[in-house]
Design a protein around this ligand. Structure first.
Ligand SMILES: NC(=O)c1ccc[n+]([C@@H]2O[C@H](COP(=O)([O-])OP(=O)(O)OC[C@H]3O[C@@H](n4cnc5c(N)ncnc54)[C@H](O)[C@@H]3O)[C@@H](O)[C@H]2O)c1
Length: 252
């Protein structure tokens, strides 16, 4: 019998009903983790994923919460702790993408982006951390973006939020390493999900041509980076790092 890499672990994944978060939830469950799958809007999609996860023989719950807001984020963490007794792995994946030139951007558009893509990461981490410190175990994985490393026009708010996630993760890693807690980012390049579905074909063609691997990635090519960071001993010595499943769009 193959033993999954996350056997006995509990993972909370935000924004898990579709896209990258969904595949991380599925892959973690396939590897033996019990999962709490957070969603914002689509209960049916979250339920279908939970069913898929249970077929692997693990426990799976779903919970609606807007993780950009204090009380829902707190309730999500508390419910996960009540249901499973612990959170070993927190994946801050939830995020949105909107576009505007800085010269035209409303303050509301800026604030909404920072709330969805940066504040949410702080909030879930803030509420999950005390129990991780107490148990001397934690794997925090934040889904950033390669655009937080290189910038992009019309995405000043998104790039700022994702660069903020990377900076926050490095600071956190320095605070919590002594408690056997790691904090890392996965910063994907363009990945075929609903998030990029609305972008024009001409823009996507232009983007593909500038990528060393001239195609967008698939969610199945991103989730293994999260698994690496979550698994022991595979990811144990990584902290403060940013892994880049990004078609070569950014190189360090
Ligand atoms: N697709 C890409 O090209 C790409 C590239 C780099 C980074 N990312 C990042 O990957 C993550 C997942 O994106 P995706 O491509 O799967 O997009 P997606 O739109 O398919 O999924 C994002 C999920 O997050 C949820 N969400 C958004 N705001 C939320 C909130 N406040 N509370 C709870 N849930 C919320 C959405 O409902 C959705 O289910 C995001 O953080 C995104 O910024 C995506």
């Amino acid at each position: 019998m193959t033993v999954g890499k996350l056997e006995g672990r509990v993972a909370l994944i935000t924004g898990a009903s579709r896209g990258i978060g969904r595949e991380i939830g599925r892959l973690f469950a396939e590897n033996g983790a019990d999962v709490c799958l957070n969603y914002l809007k689509s209960r049916d999609d979250a339920d279908s994923l939970a069913e898929q996860c249970r077929a692997y023989g693990v426990r799976a719950t779903v919970m609606q919460a807007d993780v950009s807001q204090v009380e829902p984020a707190k309730a999500l963490v508390e419910k996960t702790l009540a249901d499973f007794g612990k959170i070993d792995i927190l994946v801050n994946n939830a995020g949105v993408l909107t576009q505007a030139l800085v010269q035209d951007m409303s303050v509301e558009t800026w604030d909404a982006m920072i709330a969805s893509d940066l504040r949410s990461v702080f909030l879930c981490t803030r509420f999950a951390l005390p129990s991780m410190i107490e148990r001397r175990y934690g794997r925090i994985i934040n889904v950033a973006s390669q655009l937080g490393q290189k910038g992009a026009p019309e995405l000043g708010h998104y790039c700022a939020a994702k660069a903020g996630v990377i900076g926050f993760t490095k600071a956190l890693a320095r605070e919590v390493g002594e408690y056997n807690i790691t904090a890392n980012c996965v910063a994907p390049g363009p990945i075929d999900t609903d998030m990029v579905a609305g972008i024009s074909e001409s823009w996507k063609d232009m983007k593909r041509k500038e990528l060393p691997i001239p195609r967008f990635g698939r969610v199945e090519e991103v989730a293994p980076a999260a698994l690496l960071l979550a698994a022991d001993p595979d990811g144990t010595i990584f902290t403060g790092q940013t892994l880049g499943p990004n078609s070569g769009d950014v190189m360090f």
